[in-house]
Design a protein around this ligand. Structure first.
Ligand code: DX5
Ligand code: ZN
Length: 230
């Protein structure tokens, strides 16, 4: 997790060339220690992407922090498989239910523990779990596909998460995912996000490593500007 209030950018390989994932991973390796891996099952979301074998294959090419976002209906069946494949953290969606048990299972597996919520899922759904997670992921698009437009209506929920985490003295980092680029990075960082997932804005750039640096700089500047106003 990023230390204190620093920012990390997690490139989403969903936007990379699936025929050449090892090369994509290499393109961002000097710019960030994080890699966001989008797992979709065709049930929780209308798309199918990556499973444990691909995570294991990527692990042979990378020592990065594999931030695995499980957009799947039955995560309990697969947590151990992702752990054994080389995931660093797993993030399950609060909408699938059974959250307390899933978080405990992830903790027992020795993984970073993440909890995600869709744009229309209220703050109150994740609030009871804030003390128990390393990462709370506020989706800024409806999950399923890359390249969608950022939803600014999620910003108030990010601010509420920031206030609740700081107020409670919790360690959870706030992550955002969907439509993040240099512009929206400033908005989400100002609202309180500290882990910024970016797919299209990174792998759609001819220099993915440069895009990571620019997104992180924009977020850091927004955090510094906000601090100087307070
Ligand atoms: C969407 C995925 C995202 C996606 C983001 O369901 O969870 O991680 O890759 O892509 P961009 O940055 O293109 O919106
Ligand atoms: Zn994601």
């Amino acid at each position: 997790m990023p230390a204190g209030h620093d920012v990390q950018v997690a490139p989403s390989i969903l936007a990379a060339d699936f025929g050449n994932l090892a090369a994509a991973v290499g393109e961002v390796a000097t710019a960030t220690d994080w890699l966001h891996v989008d797992v979709m099952d065709g049930h929780f979301v209308p798309n199918i992407t990556i499973g444990p074998p691909v995570v294991a294959a990527l692990r042979r090419h990378s020592g990065a922090y594999f931030d695995c976002h499980l957009m799947i209906s039955e995560p309990a069946r697969y947590l151990r498989m992702f752990a054994e494949a080389g995931a660093s953290s797993l993030t399950v969606h609060v909408e699938v239910g059974g959250t307390a048990e899933l978080l405990a299972q992830m903790r027992d597996l020795g993984l970073g523990v993440g909890l995600a919520c869709n744009p229309d899922t209220p703050f109150e759904a994740v609030e009871p779990f804030l003390a128990d997670v390393d990462l709370v992921l506020a989706m800024t698009v409806f999950p399923g596909f890359g390249g969608q437009s950022f939803m600014p209506e999620v910003l108030p929920k990010i601010a509420r998460l920031r206030a609740a985490i700081d107020g409670g003295g919790f360690r959870a980092a706030i992550e955002v995912d969907g439509g993040i680029d240099v512009t929206t990075a400033a908005s989400v960082a100002s609202a309180g996000a500290r882990v910024l997932v970016a797919g299209s804005a990174v792998f759609g750039d001819p220099q993915p490593w440069g895009a990571v640096e620019r997104i992180r700089s924009a977020a850091r500047e927004a955090i510094a500007a906000r601090a100087s106003r307070m």
